[in-house]
Design a protein around this ligand. Structure first.
Ligand code: AMP
Ligand code: ZN
Length: 113
């Protein structure tokens, strides 16, 4: 399978890593939309939110605990946003589950029409 985020997770493709533990990885988005834009991914390939189940759900808690920790470290005390685009209509372009941590400025609410 040709998955860019699996390749980042296994070191085949380089990325600016921000945080890593046994199960998850966080790295800088290469096309940031705000002063802070970090992607959190499971190291194992999970396609999107649709593929989260009781068997792999622990990893989601792991990701969110890490998001909170990194947000604190990045000085996002005034707030931030976490987004996971799912599927074509959700705007997902990389089919490996990821959570965008976006902040560092006052965010507008994106298009939901
Ligand atoms: P999404 O559109 O929600 O699937 O988000 C995919 C995100 O991955 C986009 O914000 C891209 O800028 C980012 N991205 C894609 N390839 C890479 C890469 N090799 N390194 C860092 N970020 C990437
Ligand atoms: Zn993958």
């Amino acid at each position: 399978m040709d998955c860019i985020f699996c390749k980042i997770a296994n070191g085949q493709v380089s990325a600016k890593k921000v945080y890593e533990n046994k199960k998850i990885l966080a790295f800088q988005d290469m096309n940031p939309v705000a002063p802070v834009h970090i992607l959190f991914i499971p190291k194992e390939h999970i396609c999107c939110i649709n593929d989260i189940n009781i068997g792999n759900s622990e990893i989601i808690g792991n990701i969110f605990c890490s998001i909170a920790e990194i947000a604190r470290k990045m000085g996002l005390g005034k707030g931030y946003r976490v987004i996971s685009n799912c599927g074509e209509d959700g705007g997902q372009t990389v089919e490996h589950l990821h959570f965008h941590l976006i902040g560092g400025k006052k965010l507008g609410w994106p298009g939901v029409d």
